[in-house]
Write a protein that binds this ligand. Structure first.
Ligand code: SIN
Length: 462
């Protein structure tokens, strides 16, 4: 492993910065510091933690332009979208600064009059977080804020493609007064650092956002030390457009869901399941809108879709398009790409495919790219069956103006997040997370602090 990690701009191939990498021994030392700091941080008052988090939130908002530019440089997403990510991410800090003050216990009627039962909550201990490149900022704050609010110390291992946002956030946390050993960042070989985290008895919780296969490895490797786990894993979101949908709304919301971050989100609509009676009109409108999107460097004005993160991601997207076309899919718009292996820059034109069927890989694998495949249905139960026919269960969307049908569909879908006439359900106030192989635990909302808390009860004899 080279001692320095060079971070490149995926839109230009230019080196942004080189930073030192940590070895396994460095990470072990970071865990020791985290363990020691936990003894004092967990004993601070909720009000003290809340005001430090509030200050961190304010500094992030004050520095939103710089943080957003850094996101665009290392991740590639358009600048305006990056500003949105910074504010979305900061919102979690503001939210959990307030939730810190609402960690309640309870008293329980005891089995005899000679006893009292008191239930309290306390921080789980030092937490290790492994965070993804697709939201280099917000996926850190969504985990760090509830952890710190609960009284846990926190070590972040950001993605190798986008570590700079993690360091920028940490610097602002220290400026806000959060002690350096309470929030640490380590970078280096992912598998090696993952093993140090999972095997350490001092790390009491792992929180991870990333692929399902890596999540499974982390869970297996954590078994020997029986850790708390939060897993926000892959998705394969269906988006159902029913016969009575408001088509203009459905198109606008599909655009927002599908092409945000060049289609590189876990909650992106991945399979468009459209009633046969409205398919032609929906497909035409969606293709027209997709064709208007400007692809390029996210720092340039007017760009809506940036590069895909790297060659691995690009090969998967192009592989899915080619496989679908070979098996009979029709390209309504897009289907082209710009590949520069020398610079490491990969752009995919927003693509809409029709005549898609379940023999195609795109119907079974998460795409993580700007490709919208359309399949049709004639009966709503057929659409629901198709929607649920996956090991994933993160987000699902549907469009109908009929409330009886809407309630029915929402109750049948095996997903943790449901967007009904809404392509952007993510919100600081709501419990984000998936069912089945999309993960365990929820982030955000009142639920978001729970995974960082232990329950303890005292049975007091009188
Ligand atoms: C993700 O893709 O992992 C997060 C997306 C979101 O928070 O909306």
């Amino acid at each position: 492993m080279p001692e320095q990690l060079t971070v490149y701009n995926p839109a230009t191939g230019e080196a942004i910065e080189s930073i030192p990498q940590q070895t396994a021994e460095d990470v072990e030392k970071a865990i020791e510091r985290s363990h020691k700091a936990f003894q004092s941080w967990s004993k601070t008052s909720a009000g003290e933690r809340a005001s430090l988090l509030k200050k961190w939130y304010e500094l992030i908002v004050e520095n939103k332009e710089e943080l957003a530019e850094l996101i665009t440089k290392e991740n590639g997403k358009p600048y305006e979208e990056a500003v949105g990510e910074v504010l979305y991410g900061a919102g979690y800090i503001e939210w959990f600064a307030e939730e810190a003050k609402r960690i309640y216990g309870r008293t329980v009627p005891a089995p005899t009059t000679g006893k009292r039962i008191v239930v309290t909550r306390q921080a789980v201990g030092p937490v290790a977080a492994i965070t993804p490149w697709n939201f280099p900022n917000a996926m850190i704050t969504r985990k760090a804020a509830p952890a710190l609010a609960a009284g846990c110390t926190f070590i972040i291992k950001p993605a190798e493609d986008t570590p700079l946002s993690a360091y920028a956030l940490a610097r602002l946390a220290f400026e806000a007064g959060i002690p350096e050993d309470v929030l640490q960042v380590v970078i280096g070989d992912g598998a090696e650092i993952g093993n140090v985290f999972t095997s350490s008895p001092k790390i009491r919780k792992i929180t991870f956002t990333g692929s399902t296969p890596v999540g499974k490895i982390l869970m297996k490797n954590s078994a020997d030390t029986v850790k708390h786990m939060s897993m926000e894993l892959g998705g394969h979101a269906p988006l159902i457009v029913d016969e009575d949908a408001d088509l203009d709304l459905a198109v606008a919301q599909t655009m927002a869901s599908k092409f945000r971050n060049a289609g590189q989100t876990c909650v992106c609509a991945n399979r468009l399941i459209v009633h046969e009676s409205v398919k032609d009109e929906f497909a035409k409108k969606l293709s027209e809108e997709a064709a208007k999107l400007k692809v390029g460097n996210g720092l340039e004005k007017g760009v809506n879709v940036g590069p895909v993160i790297n060659k691995k991601g690009f090969d998967k997207i192009v592989g899915q398009i080619n496989d679908a076309v070979e098996k009979g899919a029709k390209v309504l718009t897009g289907g082209t790409y710009d590949q520069n292996d020398e610079k490491g820059c990969y752009f995919v034109t927003p693509t809409v495919l029709s005549n898609v069927d379940t023999s195609m890989n795109i119907m079974h694998e998460e795409t993580f790219g700007p490709v919208a495949p359309i399949v049709t249905f004639s009966d709503i139960d057929e659409a629901i069956k198709l929607a649920n026919d996956t090991p994933f269960g993160l987000a699902a969307y549907f469009f109908t103006e009929n409330y009886r049908r809407g309630i029915y569909i929402s109750e049948q879908l095996e997903y943790g997040i449901i967007g009904w006439n809404d392509g952007g359900p993510s919100a600081v106030q709501a419990p984000f997370g998936g069912m089945k192989e999309s993960g365990i635990g929820r982030e955000g909302g009142t639920e978001g602090i729970e995974p960082y808390l232990e329950t303890k009860y005292m049975s007091i004899g009188l």
